[in-house]
Design a protein. Sequence first.
Length: 458
Amino acid sequence: MELPFAEPYRIKMVESIRCSTREQREQWIKDAGYNLFNLRSDQVFIDLLTDSGTGAMSDKQWSEMMLGDESYAGASSYYKLKAAIQDLLGFEYFLPTHQGRAAENVLFSVLVKAGDVVPGNSHFDTTKGHIEFRKAKAIDCTIDEAFNTTIEHPFKGNLDLNKLEDVLKNHPREQVSMVIVTITCNSSGGQPVSMANMKGVKELAGKYGVPVIFDSARFAENAYFIKTREEGQQDKNIREIVAEMFSYADGMTMSSKKDAIVNIGGFIALRDPELFRKASVFNIMFEGFLTYGGLAGRDLNAIAQGLYEATDFNYLKSRVGQVALLGQKLTGFGVPVQLPYGGHAIFIDASQVLSHIPKEHFRAQTLCVELYIEAGIRGVEIGAIMADRDPVTRETRYPTLELMRLAIPRRTYTNDHMNYVAVAMGNVYERRLQITSGYAIVEEAPIMRHFTVKLSKI
């Protein structure tokens, strides 16, 4: 009999989480303006709002925290992370930042100007926010298969090279800031990009003289999918795949709170010394001196160790396997999800679950609220509220996919927690026709409104 796969770690410390009643949750979410971001953490039983900064660090990472060099300039912790980035990712130049959106802010301050276009694969919310804040336009070039949740395409994060070339050839070179490749592609369901597609994007962008920047928050999970799904990659180890992936990038931004398995931190890595020099000016302005970038030395050490741990095959097999376990259980209950299952989250197709509710009532947000009331589980809307308003017309944009994301923190919850989530969502799905209305916006910010929006029940 073949032995079943077991998690490649054991638990050393536990944290208590709080159960609550349905009546309490109904009041709490009402008080929060029906925005799950406004809930207190102790009002949540299982928190799947995000996988960003919510993972459990290892004993080795905690040991590295104690070795942190807190010198303002030239700390040894900076050089430890610099060496790890060069070893694993192949970039000579890097700038630490306090998180991923800070890395975007610094790099885009150099590369993006008003009137520019930035093609990519389903830009994430902060990426699009930084682009539109600078009066530029994000253009989605994701393959069409990504927008049909029932299709089992192995690399739904891929860019359509024909769509990309249309953008590149129909705009002057100086108007195209960069091509952004998000790995894995969060907004299309945590879906990976193939090695062949990365190579194709690099060749096409090179033809037009446009730099390629990877949004790399979940690069290790992407590498795992390449190894397990792409022809010709099965015999390579994860670090060999990672090295080739980044050979097709001119630079990268990283939220270390995802695949470096830390609670805070990010960085920019580059090949061009001149681009590094320009970005350094903004890094000092926004983040701090070049060798700490808004982070303590202990954080730099933990990131360096985390990058090595995240590129271990057995860790990735366990991590991606737990996401798939939740997906399989939800599919078993008939719940429509983005297929194939993603790397960091399960994305439920809210437009299928609540097709009887008008899209103007924000179906995905409605589903998020219902799951919280059902069982104290906090997910997040990836839909019309997050898509925000058109920066010119100020009309709400309704994306092709209206999704509820259940993002699973790394090394944090057990499979019993996944069973609980699946049954709770199954219960909501069973009573979906009893959900007769959604929500209206009462108050919103002019950009990236989903973080602070306040809603009322219709």
